[in-house]
Write a protein that binds this ligand. Structure first.
Ligand code: PLP
Length: 400
């Protein structure tokens, strides 16, 4: 028998990070001393008080289903925490807790998109946006983020992407994979365009707390945005809780019953003891979070300076998240070939920029969720590998 898949399955993309990580681990099993710079998760343990809260919750019997949208105390804690962070007020009734933040993308698009509806999304960008749009039969309209603009949105280009079919705009600031951050003025202009074109906005702010200068801004600050914005955030990055699968969305009230039904149809609810731990994360001590942030800030400097000293690479200073997105065009290789080369030649795993869409060509993503010692070692190895590339050697020869 030949298995027949639905046609939509061929439109479903993936996240290359998991595949590259598997290849890197296979090489490691063969004895290669791989340095992992491909993974988008903090290298820190979940804070102890959060782990303790989960253990206690298990003992206390939080092992059953919860309401689809989450435990009321957690929804309240999220509304307060997310509101305080952004200087605004959210209603706990608009908060939906999910197993990780990714389902918020899925549910939002499932709830809003008709076939052929257009979704404007950042490219390079988190690969699941494009995957979900295509899977659901929408039309993916890429918005190129360029190094010259510090990977912020070009507002004229955004304006030109709107059509009568535009249903949704996806924003991600601070941005994966580039570390770009949208300014308050950018967000205001985008808000005006969303209102003018009656488009919804999915604001992926999962890196809101990993920002190196100034304060985080959200499109929700602007008039008319509460009713048309879905805020996506979660625990994976800020609290080093990727494996707990804990995220949330703050939705316009009208959408809540529909999102709730999607949850009931898919996962029923988020794990009960994970949710108890999430309350501890939001309301407990901040020491671990602050030291993680300090570590990321120090590594950012190290990686930025280190990469810019390596022949064949140049890199903007990331404003947020824990990624650097260096331009690799002077190596003479394309993104994919260069990432493969670094894995083979330098035992350093990175992601090709094209893992984040067509406009990621010419770049690689380096995650600095790794120790300073490993980052330094990785820089040395990358430099040595680059010096062996003909294009880099020729460039250095010409400069001499
Ligand atoms: N949004 C962005 C931009 C991300 O980089 C990630 C994780 O890598 C997520 C969302 C998903 O996070 P979670 O692990 O909570 O599902």
């Amino acid at each position: 028998m030949k298995l027949r898949l639905s046609e939509r399955m061929y439109r479903l993309g993936t996240e290359t990070a998991f595949e590259v990580a598997a290849r890197a681990r296979a090489l490691e099993a063969e004895g290669k001393p791989i340095i992992h710079l491909e993974i988008g998760e903090p290298d820190f343990d979940t804070p102890k008080h959060v782990r303790d809260a989960a253990a206690e919750a298990l003992e206390q019997g939080y092992t059953h289903y919860t309401g689809a949208t989450g435990i009321p105390e957690l929804r309240e804690a999220i509304a307060k925490y997310a509101g305080d962070l952004r200087g605004m007020r959210f209603d706990p009734a608009n908060v939906v807790v999910t197993p990780g933040a990714k389902p918020i993308m899925f549910y939002t698009m499932m709830a809003l998109l008709e076939p052929a509806d257009e979704v404007i999304y950042p490219n390079p960008g988190f690969p699941i946006y494009e995957s979900m749009i295509n899977f659901l039969g929408g039309t993916a309209v890429p918005l190129q983020l360029s190094e010259q603009r510090d990977f912020r949105i070009n507002l004229n280009e955004l304006r030109s992407k709107f059509s009568s079919k535009t249903r949704l705009i996806i924003l991600n600031s601070p941005h994966n994979p580039t570390g770009g951050v949208l300014t308050r003025d950018d967000l205001k202009a985008i808000a005006d365009l969303a209102v003018e074109h009656d488009a919804m906005v999915l604001a992926d702010e999962i890196y809101a707390e990993i920002i190196y200068e100034g304060k985080h801004h959200t499109i929700l600050e602007f008039p008319g945005m509460m009713e048309r914005t879905i805020l996506l955030d979660g625990f994976s990055k800020t609290f080093a809780m990727t494996g707990w699968r804990l995220g949330y969305g703050i939705f316009p009230g009208e959408l809540i019953p529909h999102i709730s039904r999607l949850i009931i149809n898919s996962v029923s609810c988020t794990s009960a003891f994970s949710q108890r731990a999430a309350i501890a994360a939001l309301t407990g001590p901040r020491d671990d979070i602050n030291s993680m942030k300090e570590a990321f800030a120090s590594r950012r400097g190290l990686v930025y300076e280190g990469l810019n000293k390596i022949p064949g690479l140049r890199c903007n200073l990331p404003g947020g998240a824990f990624y650097a997105f260096p331009n690799i065009t002077d190596t003479g290789l394309d993104s994919r070939a260069y990432a493969d080369y670094l894995l083979r030649e330098a035992d350093v795993a990175v992601l090709p920029g094209t893992s984040f869409g067509e406009f990621g060509e010419g770049y690689i993503r380096i995650s600095f969720a790794n120790s300073e010692e490993n980052l330094r070692k990785a820089m040395e190895r990358i430099e040595a590998a680059n010096l062996k590339l003909p294009a880099v050697a020729a460039e250095i020869g010409a400069a001499k």
